[in-house]
Design a protein around this ligand. Structure first.
Ligand SMILES: *Cc1c(COP(=O)(O)O)cnc(C)c1O
Length: 386
């Protein structure tokens, strides 16, 4: 059999036959979703007040171990607010992986900072800390009060790792880099709810971190996100900033700073509470599915299922086949053929430094990300598939 049909038939050994195409992600509502949403509707508490938002936030803090979780309207807003709360200066550079979803860089731009693209590591799919360290040794000029990129003259203010497809980046080494150069760490943990690095949940390794509950994520609120932090003051400020900076008072209606209406509506939080109750089961199911894929592709020359490092527990949010270099030319044919036969597959996002709005941003050598972008094929990963 040729490689294209071989991949299709191995996918079929894991995936069910059905009329509708099998999507990359389909939400899974088999718990208390109806009950809680119905409760919002019958009680009338669907919007900016009600008890599900704080319940959802408490559940998130409990699950992640973060000191505080603040629910917001989507993951992009969560990340933007994280950068604002972290005090990322206008015109400063933020180091982030070019191999990411566009929201990672957009949030930096909203804060009027400059994305500075860094390369990824084939072992984690996250930022390559060893390569980044060498690069910074070359380009950074240390001054009192921070470090300057000597190529652009701009300060470098922060490091923004993203945990690709749910797989944790190499946090120990990344934190070390932040310490060496006095960088703030903000995590884009949008894909990694339920993932652990050395036993600790993603999203609060640095100053702040963002989660997403978009429809394709492991837990969905329809649309939603959350800010995580262990800093009590920042947590309180996060809540204030994202709820129009309204001063608490029984009847007076006043605001003490430029706030944002980025809160999560109660009806979305209700859906989220029901989903979070089942998170452990979702993670188990995702991991089981990954194992099935791994077995299905075992022994196929030049095609591997990406698997986690020994020191992490990944949520396997989105499974990825990685083609060997010699098969990269077949990628599009594989994507075309599987999708036409009812199994939706997709290449990874176009690398951020290639997008028109980010073409002129500073960047290091990005050869690993460029190679991965030619070879990654994402395959259906819904919870229900296991
Ligand atoms: C989903 C996602 C976001 C943004 O989340 P939304 O809720 O869709 O705004 C940000 N970064 C990454 C890496 C994501 O996957």
């Amino acid at each position: 059999m040729d490689l294209v049909s071989e991949i299709y038939s191995r996918l079929r050994t894991v995936l069910p036959e059905r009329d509708a195409p099998i999507q990359l992600h389909e939400p899974y509502f088999t718990g208390n979703e109806w009950k809680y949403v119905e409760d919002c509707i019958t009680s009338g508490w669907v919007s900016s007040a009600g008890t599900y938002v704080s319940r959802f936030e408490e559940m998130l803090a409990d699950i992640t171990g973060a000191g505080r979780a603040v629910a917001v309207m989507n993951g992009t807003a969560a990340l933007y607010m994280c950068l604002k709360l972290a005090g990322i200066a206008e015109g400063s550079e933020v180091l982030l992986p070019t191999l990411s979803f566009v929201a990672t860089a957009n949030a930096v731009s909203y804060q009027r900072a400059v994305p500075h693209f860094v390369d990824s590591d084939e072992k984690t799919l996250g930022i390559d800390p060893v390569k980044l360290k060498k690069y910074l040794e070359d380009i950074v000029e240390e001054r009192s009060g921070g470090c300057i990129n000597r190529l652009t003259g701009r300060p470098i203010s922060a490091l923004l790792p993203m945990h690709t497809f749910g797989h944790p980046a190499d946090m120990d080494l990344l934190l070390e880099i932040c310490k060496t150069y006095g960088l703030v760490m903000v995590e884009d943990a949008a894909q990694s709810l339920g993932s652990l690095y050395r036993g600790k949940h993603m999203g609060h390794f640095g100053t702040l971190g963002a989660l997403s509950f978009n429809g394709n994520k492991i837990v969905t609120t329809g649309g939603g996100g959350a800010i995580l932090t262990d800093d009590g003051d920042l947590g309180a400020l996060a809540k204030h900033l994202t709820t129009t900076a309204k001063l608490p008072h029984p009847w007076s209606f006043s605001h003490d700073m430029l706030g944002y209406n980025h809160r999560m509506p109660n009806i979305n939080a209700a859906l989220g509470c029901a989903q979070l109750e089942r998170l452990d089961e979702y993670v188990d199911r995702k991991r089981t599915l990954a194992k099935k894929y791994q077995e299905a592709f075992d022994g196929l020359e030049g095609v591997t299922l990406f698997t986690e490092q020994s020191f992490v527990r990944s949520n396997y949010w989105l499974n990825a086949l990685i083609l060997a270099d010699e098969h990269a030319a077949k990628r599009d044919e594989i994507l075309e053929s599987t999708t036409q036969n009812g199994i939706v597959t997709r290449p990874v996002w176009d690398l951020l430094h290639t997008l028109p709005m980010y073409r002129d941003c500073p960047r290091m050598d990005l050869s690993t990300a460029e190679s991965l972008a030619r070879r990654v094929i994402n395959i259906p990963s819904s919870v229900f598939l296991s």
